[in-house]
Design a protein around this ligand. Structure first.
Ligand code: GLC
Length: 477
């Protein structure tokens, strides 16, 4: 037993009324209950439908401000034009390179499209924190180096392959092959890049090496890639959503509503355009204060971008584990969990990983195998069922709130589009690995709006989506 922790020492009264469990069939009936004190301590994390409807109304206002030329510059939800106006039709062909920067890892891919067949070779390269926080030149030199190694490995250095660059940060675009960085998000903060055209920075880094030839056909957001990748299989896909390290969505908008698009560009020649909402920034300026909690404020204060990306901080995987840890810490401090004792490690920021939330919630009701494994990893052994149930309760509050906020976002977009049978293509580690995220979202979106819709896991949007955007763009050329 560690840290003098006596299992069940100061357990809430509920333990006393627990019936003994005899076998697994009864496990469900015998699940310990979470006490009123714990529920009270966490109550701000529970969002009512009325609150979610207000979130929707405010997000809708912010989206309109982003789209309108008069208010775009001051808007928090920017709704950037992507210049992606054609969805794939399944006939795209060719070999394409793709770069994917913006999640936990950096990837280089070679994608072969041939009708409905698809082949992919890829390599993952770690981006050390020193690079995420170093200079832009170091970052782009590293990207160019990985690209060159990959291309040489595949003996393609003498070909000029079209490349799609999935760069998952907010960009102001004036065309498909130009994108100026507006701000870094998700733990990146490289100097000398904000305001610059990242395609030019990539091309300069490739030129500095002078050992490979690349034709950058398109720069795109991961939400765009996700939408394209899903649309390749499903013609109804009109929204792309990421719930991973960060959170963001893009959707198909009528070009006539895209007032902030540069006049005279080809934006106005086609009826629709993909809009990258960058909804992660929603909440800046106080519009989400009515739902933010003490835990959100602590996350924000300790982040490298305080008072920015507030909606993202309530939803995405970069913050979910830490949110749960902060709630657990509060319960321990109040003597409501683990007998008031907490391993020192768990008092440190970042020690409760987001994947733990999914693992703990993956335990069947009344069983705590994963939960005990996670707690053991953190130095807590012999934990009572009651404590495990409480930990699971905290995880489920945090993930449920994230799923509901993302649902409010999708419901807002569905209302805005005003169409039935829209498919939402979704990617990202939280959506992919959390056991209930999909079901929670399906139920809540249904409650919050009236259009029929589908949620579909979008396979590898950042890779295949980049190839599809590059393919559509090179066809246009
Ligand atoms: C952040 C980025 C956004 C991206 C999202 C998901 O919100 O700003 O561009 O789409 O993370 O990766």
């Amino acid at each position: 037993m560690e840290h003098g922790y006596v299992p069940g020492a100061s357990l809430p009264v509920t333990l006393l009324i627990r019936r003994p469990c005899c076998n697994s069939n009864e496990a469900e009936m015998c699940t310990p209950e979470v006490s009123k004190q714990i529920r009270d301590a966490c109550k701000d994390l529970v969002l009512s439908d009325d609150q979610l409807r207000l979130v929707m109304q405010r997000l809708s206002d912010e989206i309109n401000r982003g789209l309108s030329r008069q208010t775009h510059d001051d808007a928090t939800v920017k709704c950037f034009t992507t210049y992606v106006q054609d969805l794939p039709n399944g006939t795209e062909k060719g070999n394409f390179l793709a770069l994917d920067l913006g999640g936990t890892n950096f990837r280089v891919l070679l994608i072969t499209l041939d009708g409905q067949n698809f082949d992919m070779k890829s390599k993952i390269y770690a981006i050390p924190q020193s690079l995420m926080l170093g200079t832009g030149t170091q970052l782009f030199d590293h990207i160019a180096q990985c690209l060159a190694l990959f291309v040489k490995d595949l003996k393609l250095q003498n070909e000029v392959l079209p490349l799609g660059f999935t760069f998952s940060f907010p960009l102001t675009q004036h065309g498909l092959t130009q994108g100026n960085l507006v701000r870094w998000t998700k733990g990146f903060n490289c100097s000398g890049v904000i305001g610059e055209d990242v395609v030019a920075l990539l091309e300069e880094a490739i030129d500095r090496r002078n050992d490979v030839k690349i034709d950058v056909c398109a720069i795109l957001n991961d939400t765009t890639g996700t939408l394209m990748s899903c649309a390749w299989k499903n013609q109804n896909c009109r929204i792309g959503l990421i719930v991973g390290t960060g959170s963001n969505a893009c959707y198909v908008e009528k070009t006539r509503n895209v007032e902030c698009a540069i006049p005279g560009n080809y934006a106005d020649h086609k009826s629709h355009m993909l809009i990258n909402t960058e909804w992660g920034a929603f909440g800046e300026g106080g519009v989400l204060d009515f739902v933010t909690t003490e835990f959100d404020r602590a996350i924000d204060e300790n982040s490298i971008n305080p008072s920015k990306q507030l909606f993202e901080k309530m939803i995405s995987g970069m913050y979910m584990g830490e949110l749960a840890r902060l709630v657990l810490e509060k319960l321990v401090n109040a003597g409501l969990l683990f007998g008031g004792k907490y391993p020192t490690d768990l008092r440190k920021r970042g020690k409760f990983f987001t994947k733990y939330v999914s693992e703990i919630e993956n335990d069947p009701k009344g069983k705590y195998t994963n939960c005990r494994e996670v707690l053991a990893e953190l130095g807590l052994r012999n934990v009572s069922d009651q404590d495990c149930e409480n930990v699971r309760y905290v995880c489920s509050l945090v993930s449920r709130r994230a799923a509901y906020l993302a649902s409010a976002g999708i419901a807002t977009l569905l209302n805005k589009m005003g169409e039935n049978n829209v498919t939402v293509g979704i990617d990202g580690s939280v959506y992919r690995f959390h056991p209930h995220f999909h079901d929670l979202m399906t139920a809540k979106i249904t409650e919050l709006q009236n259009y029929k819709f589908d949620l579909m896991l979008s396979e590898d949007g950042s890779g295949r989506g980049a190839a599809l955007v590059a393919a559509v763009a090179s066809q246009r050329r």
